[in-house]
Design a binder for this molecule. Structure first.
Ligand code: ADP
Ligand code: MG
Length: 366
């Protein structure tokens, strides 16, 4: 399976620039997720790779081949659409077979591939049904099967799970991941769902406004978001983002929050030396706070605040403390949060090694 790379891809519609000079390279067998809010250009990029739409400028390589000018059918790709795009009058077998109609393969090879895909995707009992006689998940499996039988070098998926209910979506997510683990195809997968991205991807490209905001492994983008957009987009509840001012004195570096609360930045892996007085945004993930009421020594800071809202989700409880104009969300174990009620003052601490710091002006990670 070949690597895929894009070089300086630009797509304009008239005066409007939808993709603004994207560069990216993924390895053989990578599962790349293009993640971003609706309208950020994910489908546009996928369609350019597929050859369904024309680039304004740039180059797309698949393996050692420049496919930029090639017909979709000559690019060695197979695509799974959100709408499935199955033929309603054909059976499951007919739909799988249709993917190979133009291939001129011998009949035995076509049958062999259809059997292989139908067993892999557990479609073997459904081969004679029409799409209308299938559930949403089964239709989605047929659409994936139709892509698989092509033995394409690269599989493209455009929001393939967004028409499914939550339970089925979780199941299909697991199936696609298992499929990738078993066959290791190179995949480019578009979604706006951060959970899909975090669970399936080997690499995530976070997109916004036609630009790639960050490219890295799921751990990279979660643990070290490159800027405020990525920090706010990935993680539920969202990372708490608080304004602060940097203070350097007596060889100690602090971020000073509202009410003169000092956050110890000792040991923070700055990319560039920060200056005294710089305006920064401090990023605190809800799950890294200490248990409410039990702050830890040696933490970056201790915050004592009144409880404003308590939300039980079942597996954990989100406790929001009031913090000036804002709320500070923390994730707590249900048993530990059970004794809290709104209005209680609780103290929590935050560990030094989980701090995120951003430049308040550029939004970039410090
Ligand atoms: P996504 O898949 O991330 O939701 P799209 O790639 O579909 O976003 O669209 C990106 C942007 O390009 C949107 O602002 C959309 O309105 C615009 N766009 C898409 N197709 C066209 C078109 N044919 N003409 C003009 N603008 C378009
Ligand atoms: Mg789209």
């Amino acid at each position: 399976m070949p690597h895929v790379s894009f070089e300086h891809i630009v797509k304009k519609y008239g005066e409007v620039t939808v993709l603004d000079g994207l560069n990216l390279a993924i390895e053989d067998g990578d599962f790349l997720v293009l993640l971003g809010p609706s309208g950020c250009g994910k489908s546009t990029l996928l369609n350019l790779i597929a050859g369904l739409n024309e680039m304004t400028s740039g180059r797309i390589m698949i393996g050692d081949r420049d496919v930029s000018e090639l017909d979709p059918k000559d690019r060695g790709l197979a695509m799974v659409f959100q709408s499935y795009a199955l033929y309603p009058t054909k059976t499951v077998r007919g739909n799988l077979k249709f993917g190979l109609a133009a291939s001129k393969l011998p009949n035995e090879e076509i049958d062999r591939r259809i059997t292989w895909a139908s067993e892999l995707l557990q479609l073997d009992q459904l081969m004679n049904r029409k799409p209308a006689q299938l559930s949403g998940g089964q239709r989605q499996r047929v659409a994936i099967g139709r892509a698989l039988v092509k033995h394409a070098d690269v599989l493209l998926f455009d929001e393939p799970l967004s028409n499914l209910d939550a339970k089925l979506r979780t199941e299909m997510r697991m199936e696609i991941k298992k499929l990738h683990d078993a066959l290791n195809p190179t995949i480019v997968y578009v979604t706006h769902d951060q959970i899909e991205a975090m669970t399936m991807a080997t690499k995530i490209a976070v997109m916004n406004g036609g630009e790639i905001q960050q490219f890295g492994t799921p751990d990279d983008v979660y643990e070290s978001p490159a800027n405020l957009f990525v920090a706010g987009f990935i993680g539920t509840p969202q990372m708490n983002l608080l304004r602060a001012t940097l203070r350097a004195s007596d060889n100690r570096l602090m971020a000073v929050l509202a009410d003169d609360i000092a956050v110890d930045l000792g040991g923070y892996p700055f990319k560039a030396a920060p200056s005294d007085g710089a305006e920064v945004i401090l990023g605190l993930r809800p799950e890294h706070f200490s248990t409410p009421g039990r702050p830890e020594e040696n933490a970056a800071c201790v915050l004592e605040r009144p409880v404003e809202v308590i939300e039980r989700t079942g597996s954990d409880t989100i406790v929001s403390l009031s913090f000036g104009e804002k709320l500070l969300a923390l994730r707590a174990a249900p048993d530990e949060a059970a004794t809290l009620s709104s209005g209680d003052r609780v103290a929590v601490s935050y560990p030094k090694n989980k701090l995120n710091l951003f430049d308040a002006h550029s939004g970039l990670r410090l």
